[in-house]
Design a protein around this ligand. Structure first.
Ligand code: ZN
Length: 288
């Protein structure tokens, strides 16, 4: 199956009370690991790509070519969306041109009127091509690809204004943070989440910064309309840990242990396990 928009998978998840994971890719190993995990778990999946990660992989065309090639060569039959994470206005358009099936336009750093205008234009451009669109209201705390947000809680009225533009899914700050959560973190603002859900109706909501949020909070968020959860940092940590262990144990100095395919294998396997674990928690296992 080729790439699909995130619309159907998220609307089904919203209705059936589970969430689809967005897992960010960085290179071939990450992409292969996440697609393999999704197929083994029989779960829909969203591959997230930041503009920085896309530049690292030499550009949007390379990303599309690699992912489409893998869908074919790995015989992937579960629904897969290729999604731009925290896209700029120009970046979102360029991704759609290159063949992404879903984009996030993050206008949360603009004044609300400008966010509305720009989101409206991206929605029009994407709708004509069957591409799903995620918009964001209220910056999300921590680091967004080099941009540090202050972690505000979104204004439900502004969420309604953006939701009404015809976006597929909406990301709203509810006390969630990108990266590692600090020890003094206050937790998610479920009151605000409930308000946003009530005012936006059936709009699938997106929870960014899914790494390190306790499982009971994840489940409560899903019960309040969160249908997409972004995971990035947690997988980077387990990948780094497994790779470090391989080197520290001197395995690269034994036989052909220096082969890059061998060096990256433990981290690759940890990503597969980590993704499947998240799919179980989010409830998307066997929902493909
Ligand atoms: Zn994010």
């Amino acid at each position: 199956m080729g790439l699909v928009s995130a619309k159907d998978m998220l609307e089904t998840a919203r209705k059936e009370g589970y969430a689809v994971g967005q897992f960010n890719i960085n290179n071939l190993e990450w992409t292969k690991a996440i697609l393999t995990a999704a197929q083994e778990a029989n779960s829909p999946v969203i591959l997230g790509v930041s503009e920085g990660a896309a530049r690292y992989m030499t550009g949007f065309d390379t990303v599309v070519g690699m992912v489409e090639g893998m869908l074919k060569n790995l015989d992937i039959t579960v629904p897969v969306a290729l999604h731009l994470d925290h896209g700029s206005f120009e970046g979102a358009k360029a991704c759609i041109e290159a063949g992404f099936s879903s984009v996030m336009f993050d206008g949360s750093h603009y004044p609300i009127d400008e966010n509305i205008e720009k989101t409206k234009e991206i929605v029009k451009y994407a709708n004509e091509r069957g591409i799903s669109v995620e918009a964001e209201v209220g910056a999300i705390g921590g680091e967004e690809d080099g941009v540090v947000g202050t972690g505000e809680v979104a204004d439900p009225q502004e969420c309604k204004q953006i939701a009404d533009l015809g976006v597929t899914m909406l990301a709203a700050g509810i006390g969630n943070i990108h990266g590692k959560y600090p020890d003094n973190w206050q937790g998610l603002s479920f009151d605000v989440l409930k308000e946003i859900q009530d005012i936006t109706g059936q709009m699938p909501l997106v929870l960014h910064g899914g790494s390190g949020i306790p499982t009971d909070m994840i489940k409560e968020a899903i019960s309040l309309g969160v249908s997409k959860i972004n995971v990035n940092t947690e997988l980077q940590l387990v990948f780094a840990e497994a790779t470090r262990k391989y080197i520290e144990e001197g395995k690269d100095k034994v036989g052909k242990g220096f082969d890059p395919r061998k060096i990256l294998k433990p981290g690759y396997e940890r990503i597969i396990a980590g993704v499947k674990e998240k799919m179980d928690i989010f409830g998307s296992t066997n929902k493909a």
